[in-house]
Design a protein around this ligand. Structure first.
Ligand SMILES: C[S@@+](CC[C@H](N)C(=O)[O-])C[C@H]1O[C@@H](n2cnc3c(N)ncnc32)[C@H](O)[C@@H]1O
Length: 371
């Protein structure tokens, strides 16, 4: 019995009541595999694993019947449950970040005496992260020609190209037949006139036949997908060649080298918890990873772009076009920005980062995956 836990201990560890566990037993959702000599419920490691799944789905808002179907599905093992739960939780976190951003905007508007319309007030509930932050995207997120050249080169001789998480189309090659996929209505609306046709869909479920494109590309988007590995497999399914611009979340070295995450925004590390390794991402498409250095004057204002231009991070427009700031939340953002402002004016930043001035490019974990 050593490896079994009592009902009281399981309840205490899981933060639920004993009554809840009795109820799960009574309805057959979680029947402890054995009883003690005195007839008390005793939970094995497998029972605990099942309870973890039940409670996680419960917290995500699933009903007990739905949960029973999910956890009894013989085709889904513990790893598949964890991957699915992780994706659902990421999605929930992104939606919460989108709501916080929308609420902050409304508070700001109210403080200036502006009332939001009923449509604007309701939109917050259907918010996708990029529906909340997308409007600021085009101001600073432009095509960086040196990165575009790498991506277009990796596309090889592909004539038909699917661009997933296409946004405003920054990296769409002008000389090929491009179809874009973009789930955010705001981002779709921001695509310039004459941009490639855009389908409202998401990476994890692409509405295309197997092998229907010469190549599929995804730029700065995989970290937004609820299930990156499933999305990459979808890319592989619909295209013969796959090109992905992403970053190596395992490599803590670059996070330590990048002063913004090291000295001002340690919360960035929390965003990467549970993120698939670069090897997992590469394996999903059967490809190889190549480093992409960030030029000091990078034109695309992504998170790492201003590594040699620290003042840029003080600019609200620069931050609003980067999802990291919405994801860490306003408190962490304000703290990071005010510390950076102080260090720039006291000369402390310059002193600490003296060596950067001599560099033209920086290795900050960005990678091109090619298959
Ligand atoms: C940082 S933007 C990148 C846009 C564009 N690829 C670029 O490089 O400018 C990330 C994009 O991914 C999109 N996105 C978010 N979740 C997605 C999903 N599940 N499938 C496909 N795209 C998604 C967002 O709506 C957003 O437009």
């Amino acid at each position: 019995m050593a490896e079994h836990l009592t009902v009281g201990r399981v309840a205490e560890l899981a933060g639920v009541s004993v009554r809840t566990l009795h109820h799960y037993d009574e309805i057959g959702l979680l029947e402890p595999s054995t009883r003690t000599a005195a007839g008390h419920r005793a939970y094995s490691a497998d029972d605990v694993e099942r309870l973890r799944e039940v409670l996680a789905y419960r917290r995500l808002g699933f009903g007990l019947r739905e949960i029973a179907d999910l956890v009894d599905d013989p085709t889904t093992d513990a790893v598949a449950h964890l991957c699915r739960l992780r994706g659902l939780l990421m999605d929930q976190r992104d939606r919460a970040a989108a709501m916080v951003t929308a609420i902050d905007r409304e508070l700001e508007a109210r403080a200036r005496g502006i009332r939001t319309t009923p449509e604007e007030q309701l939109r917050v509930f259907g918010a996708q992260l990029y529906d909340a932050i997308g409007a600021d995207y085009p101001a600073t997120r432009r095509t960086e020609p040196r990165i575009a050249a790498r991506i277009w080169d990796a596309l090889g001789d592909a004539r038909t190209v699917l661009n997933i998480g296409a946004g405003t189309g920054s990296y769409e090659p002008p000389d090929r037949d491009v179809t874009a996929v973009e789930p955010s209505a705001v981002m779709r609306a921001l695509r310039p006139p004459g941009a490639a046709p855009c389908v409202a869909a998401a990476a994890q479920s692409l509405p295309f036949e197997d092998q229907s494109f010469d190549a599929a590309m995804a730029v700065s988007t995989v970290h937004h997908w609820p299930d990156p590995v499933a999305g990459l497999r979808e890319m592989r399914r619909v295209a013969r060649r796959v090109v992905v611009f992403t970053y190596d979340a395992d490599d803590t070295g670059w996070r330590q080298r990048f002063w913004l995450t090291r000295d001002y925004l340690p919360e960035f590390a929390d965003l990467l918890v549970g993120w698939p390794s670069l090897a997992d991402l590469a394996n999903a498409i059967g490809g190889r990873a190549e480093p992409v250095l960030v030029p000091w004057d990078c034109v695309d204002g992504f998170f790492e772009a201003y590594w040699r231009r620290p003042e840029a991070y003080l600019d609200e427009h620069v931050r609003r076009a980067v999802s990291v700031w919405a994801r860490v939340g306003p408190q962490a953002e304000q703290r990071a920005v005010s510390r950076l402002r102080e260090d720039l004016s006291s000369g402390r930043w310059a002193e600490r980062n003296r060596d950067l001035v001599a560099l033209d490019t920086a290795e900050l974990g960005l990678r091109l995956l090619v298959a």
